[in-house]
Design a binder for this molecule. Structure first.
Ligand SMILES: Cc1ncc(COP(=O)(O)O)c(C=O)c1O
Length: 401
């Protein structure tokens, strides 16, 4: 069963979601829902269980009444993005510094290709969204991973580790906000990161895909907002996390230095492909008319986050969790459990809840350190989140005895 046409409200609400069960959220073409089959609550891949935002639906329906030939460069989309990025502290990004890609991951690969050579060291802060490491390794570069440090209330940068990783490196790959630790790097951290980048003459790829899903309340500050680093930074982003449109695939890479972009594009030439006409339409509608829906979605996610945190503190106080400042992903430390050595399988078998396994988010040599951690996606209905947490609590506590 899928959502009946026209049931997606402009404002997401508990009433709306409360009426939905797992069956109506599951979609036969959703990898999130199909990977582990019936009866399993999927909280792994970063998709939201939210329906398509109405302005996007309307724009797509309208576009489909016209032929689907090659699209023109969408100047309205570019103007809208330039305005949005200004709100993130960026001086106007020149149009020839902007290049659309079929999704964000190809932009990560293109950036590494264009800004480094085989054998170069590329700095990451671990644990981190796994395609960062896949891209570095598959392209024959070397991962220089600096572990993040778990602070009292949040994951923090270990500046000594980062300084060491940066020695002799060419590129820093930043995840801002950070997946899976949920950090939005603050003004002081950004300042220090920029200093470090300049001191080591690093180029930067800043993946800011989750920027719209921030709970901090303040405006999001882009890494390239400081003129000192803007010409050495390639920022990548897209609409797919905020508007749940990964199935329509579009991303963008941009920089204030058109020559930097040209260098990247020369390396990947025709391999880059182009986004679909529908994805351009979708992004423009999201940008121009999707803000009320997005605000509602962020509020709903904030509610889910707060619910998750209180549930764990009350019912599973031995589970370590720092409160995510952004994203709908929670990074849980279950190392205190007797089944920590096979925690993902245990939760799948005993709780029928699918989560991402901790070691996935580190390069091979560090993987074992994150055994016992899981990443849990809480972008679903409150009812389903509650059901999943009850199942997790039952399975974990039964085995702990
Ligand atoms: C930080 C980050 N970058 C990129 C992606 C993937 O983006 P896309 O599906 O547009 O390739 C994700 C998906 O979860 C992500 O979390």
């Amino acid at each position: 069963m899928s959502l009946p046409h026209g049931t997606s409200p402009d404002d997401l609400s508990d009433e709306f979601f409360g009426a939905l069960d797992a069956q109506s959220l599951a979609h036969p073409e959703s990898v999130k829902w199909q990977q582990y089959g019936e009866g399993v609550i999927p909280m792994w891949i970063a998709d939201m269980d939210f329906p398509v935002a109405p302005p996007i639906l309307r724009a797509l329906e309208d576009r489909l009444t016209h032929p689907l030939g090659y699209p023109t460069t969408d100047t309205r989309l570019i103007t809208g993005l330039q305005a949005k990025w200004k709100g993130q502290g960026l001086d106007e990004v020149p149009a020839d510094g902007i290049h659309f890609t079929p999704s964000v991951v190809p932009a990560l690969y293109a950036g590494i290709h264009g800004l480094t050579d085989p054998g170069d060291r590329v700095v990451t802060m671990t644990p981190i969204y796994h395609p960062f490491h896949l891209a570095i390794q598959e392209l024959g570069r070397e991962v220089a991973a600096a572990r993040l440090r778990e602070g009292e209330a949040r994951w923090e940068i270990d500046w000594d580790a980062l300084e060491q990783a940066a020695q002799g490196a060419k590129l820093l790959m930043l995840c801002h906000p950070h997946n899976p630790c949920g950090r939005v790097w603050d003004a002081e951290e950004l300042r220090r990161l920029r200093d470090l980048v300049l001191a080591h003459d690093l180029r930067v790829i800043s993946d800011e895909l989750h920027a719209d899903l921030s709970f901090t309340g303040g405006p999001f500050e882009s890494f390239a907002a400081d003129p000192r680093v803007r010409d050495r930074t390639l920022t990548v982003t897209g609409p797919c996390k905020a508007f749940n449109t990964a199935g329509l695939g579009i991303g963008v890479m941009f920089t204030h230095d058109p020559e930097l972009l040209a260098q990247v594009r020369r390396r990947v030439t025709g391999l880059g492909g182009h986004p679909s006409a529908l994805s351009f339409v979708m992004w423009r509608a999201a940008l121009e008319e999707g803000q009320p829906w997005l605000s509602g979605a962020v509020e709903y996610l904030r509610g889910n986050r707060d619910f998750l945190v209180s549930f764990l503190r009350e019912r599973l106080p031995w589970v370590r969790l720092t409160v995510p400042e952004a994203t709908y992903l929670a990074w849980l430390d279950l190392r205190g459990h007797p089944e920590a050595g096979r925690i993902q399988d245990f939760l799948l078998e005993e709780a029928r809840v699918a989560v991402h396994n901790g070691p996935t988010f580190a390069p091979d040599q560090q993987g074992a350190e994150y055994q016992g951690f899981v990443r849990l996606n809480f972008a679903t209905s409150r009812a389903l989140l509650t059901e999943a947490l009850e199942r997790l609590a039952r399975a974990l506590e039964t085995r702990r005895g």
